[in-house]
Ligand binder design. Sequence first.
Ligand SMILES: Nc1nc2c(ncn2[C@@H]2O[C@H](COP(=O)(O)OP(=O)(O)O)[C@@H](O)[C@H]2O)c(=O)[nH]1
Ligand SMILES: [Mg+2]
Length: 333
Amino acid sequence: MSVLHAHMRSKQTFQIISHSAPRVYVVIPTLDEEKSIGEVVKRCKIALAAFDYEIIVVDGSRDKTREIARRLGTTLLKEKGHGYGAAYLTGFEYVLNKQEDSIIVMIDADSTYSPEDIPALIDPILEGEADLALANRFANIEHDAMPLRNRLGNKMISKIVSKLYGVKITDSQSGFRAISSNCLRTMFLEAKGMPLATEMLIEARKMGAKIVEVSTKYHVRVGESKMRALRDGYGILWTSLKLVSEINPFIIYGSLGALFFLLGITFGAYAFIGWYEWQFLGAGTWPRLGSAMLSVLFVVGGTVIFGLGILLDSLLRYMRATAYRERATIRNS
Ligand SMILES: Nc1nc2c(ncn2[C@@H]2O[C@H](COP(=O)(O)OP(=O)(O)O)[C@@H](O)[C@H]2O)c(=O)[nH]1
Ligand SMILES: [Mg+2]
């Protein structure tokens, strides 16, 4: 979407909801971004001129980032702990403590995302069409903006998250997002590093939030990336996998149980053939007692694990239903 178009949309939206438009909080984590923070903040201000907004910079820098952010009148917070996730959690805490209905925008300080796209990103939330809007960079990516390694890693993680959690997401690692305060409040987030982005998606899915992707531009970065592909990549992959037992325990316990059961059957068949040869075909003594014991062990173990999967699944469903009913009661009262 063009810059002009984004502006036009923001004005339209603003006119429609001018009486009750929620405040927009832009949270920007910064780690040594003196080269670009000034420009990003200024562009955010222009893009949000028609809105009631506050820009929050959550900093962990040793360069001049803080001074620049202060001079531009942003709310300056010091990150609690260290890392991309820790910085966001600090910013979220600040916003949610205000106890108001608002929209939170997440954006990098490195000039990769276009602040001019913010109105287009918050639009679906204002319109009630989404709780979480993700910028999808792949539709409009500047050449060389994302290293091939990151691009492939992102594609893979996005596929895994989409398959495991039943959401359709093209760009799971996009750090340009908008979320309603009501949705953010329900999320249990604890990742201190880059996996926060993934954790947030999974939490959104768990809470039954409406997620949309908005196509935005993506530019070459100013300054150095703080992402460490290997370490962060593994962290993100692990986060994508580990939370599945919370939303769909049957995938894990069901397949593990089935695998054990199959192993048990295989050992059992092997033992049975040995017994048959000994009994009817005149082989020596029956040699496969070990296999028979393993067979019993795996079949019993597999059945127990499978049962556990079913049990956890219904327990989780029960808990979710209870939470859903509680939320509905609160809303109606
Ligand atoms: N406060 C804080 N900000 C961070 C930290 N790590 C990264 N950031 C900021 O988070 C944003 C995303 O990091 P970036 O290096 O752009 O990651 P990439 O987009 O995956 O390459 C940038 O604005 C960084 O300055 C951190 O440890 N503390
Ligand atoms: Mg970045």
